[in-house]
Design a binder for this molecule. Structure first.
Ligand code: GRF
Length: 200
């Protein structure tokens, strides 16, 4: 069993997709979510974790001198639970290099666009979908990728495309992309497990 730790800031629908896959989907018997950490006290994802008896924690960034010490605290929580794969799922903070070093080759993220396009600083939430529509793209999609020290630039693990409709709104496109995210996040983890790419 691979122990997964998930970092969230909001609704946690991707967290839910991973939990469900562990309970009865493509990750059943292979992985389990052992801890969920949020930087926002009101993140609904924390409730989702509770509903599945998964230890969850709001850790307030304001209680720390800087991002490095904040991420060191998160690292400590993950290590305490023997986490072997850290999944960022709508975690709206830059992950400090210290955490990436502590979990080298074990941190992945999901992004609501076809990276390397529409990634980087400021490219999150509706900003991504607005930019995609404004550029007149015919397709967008979702990307699961390894996390390194530079925003949204780690190697791609899995991508899936969706069409962009001529009359799309950012909200409509976001919904279409999110559905695909829920499919590929568990699928990407499954691929890594099958290939033995998650080292203990
Ligand atoms: C998703 O669109 C994900 O790609 C991005 O943040 C959003 C999180 O949604 N990184 P949720 O909290 O998983 O519902």
């Amino acid at each position: 069993m691979i122990n997964i730790g998930v970092l969230i800031s909001g609704g946690g629908s991707n967290l839910q997709a991973v939990i469900d896959a562990c309970e009865y989907g493509v990750l059943k018997g292979l992985a389990r979510v052992v801890v969920v950490v949020s930087n926002k006290t009101d993140a609904f994802g924390l409730e989702r974790a509770k509903m599945h008896d998964i230890p969850s924690k709001f850790i307030d960034p304001r209680g720390f001198a800087d991002n490095a010490s904040y991420c060191a605290k998160i690292t400590e929580e993950m290590k305490k639970r023997n986490v072997e794969l850290v999944c960022l799922a709508g975690f709206m903070r830059m992950v400090d290099p210290g955490l990436i070093t502590a979990f080298r080759g074990k941190v992945i993220n999901i992004h609501p666009a076809l990276l390397p396009n529409y990634g980087g600083k400021g490219m999150y939430g509706h900003f991504v979908h607005e930019a995609v529509i404004k550029a007149g793209e015919k397709e967008s999609g979702a990307t699961v990728h390894w996390v390194n020290e530079v925003y949204d630039s780690g190697p791609v693990i899995l991508q899936k495309k969706v069409p962009v409709m001529t009359d799309d709104t950012p909200a409509a496109l976001a919904k279409r992309v999110l559905e695909v995210e829920h499919l590929i996040y568990p699928e990407a983890i499954r691929m890594l497990v099958d290939r033995g790419e998650i080292r203990r």
